[in-house]
Design a protein around this ligand. Structure first.
Ligand code: SF4
Ligand code: SF3
Length: 543
């Protein structure tokens, strides 16, 4: 075995990628990611044991978030970027160690590597399988993956200037705990739930950052067709990149289209003022292989999900920023004020053909918490009259497995008196079906990106209050979630922390759950996989 990674839903055979990632991650990148995570754990141990105050650790806090984020599935495939990041972490680690008295440090604090070869050699002994006990390994990894998702959301909030020191303190506490051999499985289960608690805080922080800067999402119709101008496609989740790109393309004759998880940007009032924000192009991340060919123009990845391009022609049109990266593709970094210079992308767009139209029509979205509260009377009346019998939260991720057709069929077969609440790229499995509306309320309510699952939780808590219930599980809401990468892990842990029971998770349960850990999740929280569409609908509707 040359590598081991089982952090995403598409992991090989459902158990682990051992030679090369199904995602395209090479052995080299997998190992460097393992070592980067290990060095982050070392930094965390110094902060925790040395009782350092996170308030004084600004640049370290930011770099730790970025390091975690870079290792999310499909965010960064660039070995060189990881090598640089590890070196940066080891410098920060040295600086922190100098601040505290010597202690009985873990190897993660003391190891040294002076070349890429040494990094790869060291990585071989510090990856996932270094933890022998499979239950402890399972819990340590679940916490680490939750932290990766949490770090991604916190990093987006940071880009908007919002921070929360308690979140940083928790990241250090949890990372350091994954090195502690004295912690029992029970301790780690408790820490897993605590990760969910801070996941809620991270999503709340990002929600606050997004809405204070860009306004509250509004019901919006998004164009799916194309115009005749040269254009740039922007993918990923970072709204500050989109804002800067729109500013820099204003008046240049170059249009900007959103892709995949960037679609919900259209719902924010602040982006509606840009005439050159032309629409959304394509579908969920995994369909990019064909869709990028027909887009014709340059593509900017601000975060995951990158699929290794199959042609040199497409690769030459890809740019990355933030935590994302791809070998050979220009990476655009921010200056000390957070400004990014996208002129190279704009210049390239001008030399290329406008996008080829692949579909027409529109999509409607923007049902985040404030917008839903604005029509709350209508929603509550529809529930009371029986016009809406049940809500189905179908948030999360999409992916390329054929078994995900389940979610399309599930959405299509749901009775007409049900409403789907969604967020994340999972929606692409059914958001273009004509599912109609109930008295003017669309049957698919899209709150936004995967982090906007927070909005769905806020809506659920509001409904609980309106209906005077003492338990969120008494609401007519079922959870049938698609997951793929680690942001979905933090969303899941957040829902568990909020007390949501009986979540169905598909298309398969995580490969990182050991049988015993899976048993705890099933027995304590009623977590289940998916079955057949007909059986599941019957089960959910109690028929
Ligand atoms: Fe495999 Fe997923 Fe890890 Fe990629 S991220 S190597 S597909 S488990
Ligand atoms: Fe999708 Fe990658 Fe998870 Fe933000 S873009 S949800 S998979």
């Amino acid at each position: 075995m040359s590598m081991f990674c089982y952090q995403c839903q598409e992991t090989a055979k459902g158990t682990g990628c051992e030679v090369r990632g199904v995602c395209g991650k090479t052995e080299e990148v997998a190992k460097l990611q393992d070592l980067l995570i290990y060095s982050l754990k070392g930094i965390a141990e110094i902060v925790v044991k040395g009782k350092l105050d996170v308030k004084d650790l600004g640049p370290v806090n930011h770099e730790v978030l970025k390091g975690l984020f870079m290792t999310i599935t499909n965010a960064n495939f660039d070995a060189e970027a990881f090598e640089t990041e590890i070196k940066k972490m080891l410098t920060l680690r040295k600086m922190l160690r100098a601040k505290v008295a010597a202690a009985d440090w873990h190897d993660a604090v003391t190891f040294e590597v002076d070349s890429k070869e040494a990094m790869l050699e060291k990585a071989a002994s510090v990856g996932v399988l270094a933890t022998q006990n499979e239950d402890v390994r399972s819990l340590r990894e679940m916490i680490t993956y939750g932290l990766k998702g949490l770090a991604a959301y916190t990093h987006h909030a940071l880009n908007i200037g919002k921070e929360n020191n308690e979140l940083y303190a928790f990241v250090y506490e949890a990372l350091a705990a994954t090195l502690n051999d004295k912690l029992t499985a029970e301790d780690l289960v408790a820490l897993t739930l605590k990760t969910g608690q801070f996941g809620v805080a991270a999503m709340a922080l990002l929600d606050e950052a997004n809405t204070s800067k860009y306004g509250h999402p509004q019901i919006t119709e998004v164009n799916l067709g194309v115009r005749g101008n040269p254009a740039i496609l922007i993918s990923g989740h970072d709204l500050t990149d989109l804002e800067q790109l729109l500013e820099q393309t204003k008046g240049t004759g170059v249009d900007v289209y959103t892709h995949s998880e960037m679609l919900p940007a259209h719902y924010y009032p602040a982006f509606k003022k840009y005439d050159n924000l032309a629409g959304n192009y394509g579908n969920a991340w995994w369909k990019q292989v064909g869709e990028f060919e027909s887009f014709n123009g340059p593509i900017l990845f601000t975060t995951n999900c990158i699929v290794p391009p199959r042609s040199e022609e497409v690769r030459a049109r890809i740019f990355t920023s933030g935590a994302s990266g791809y070998p050979g593709c220009p990476h655009i970094t921010a200056d000390e004020n957070g400004k990014k210079d996208f002129s190279a992308i704009i210049a390239m767009a001008k030399t290329l053909r406008p996008p080829t139209e692949i579909e027409t029509g529109t999509l409607v979205g923007g049902f985040a918490h404030e917008q839903v509260f604005a029509v709350a009377d209508k929603v509550v009346a529809a529930v009371k009259s029986g016009a809406i019998k049940k809500f189905f939260v179908m948030a999360g991720c999409d992916g390329r497995m054929k078994s995900r057709e389940y979610f399309t069929e599930f959405a299509a077969k749901l009775p007409m008196d049900t409403v789907i609440l969604t967020a994340g790229c999972a929606k692409y499995r059914y958001n273009k079906l004509k599912l109609g509306d109930i008295g003017g309320i669309p049957r698919v309510l899209d709150a936004g990106q995967c982090n906007d699952s927070y909005s769905l939780a806020v809506i659920a808590l509001k409904l609980k209050e309106v209906f005077g219930l003492d338990d969120i599980n008494k609401l007519p809401i079922a959870f049938n979630i698609g997951w793929y990468e680690q942001k979905a892990v933090i969303v899941l842990l957040a829902l568990l922390y909020l007390g949501v029971k009986n979540i169905h998770l598909g298309p398969t349960l995580p490969g990182f759950l050991s049988p015993n850990v899976a048993k705890v999740l099933v027995e304590t929280f009623g977590i289940a996989g998916i079955g057949t569409v007909d059986e599941d609908i019957k089960l959910f509707l109690g028929a």
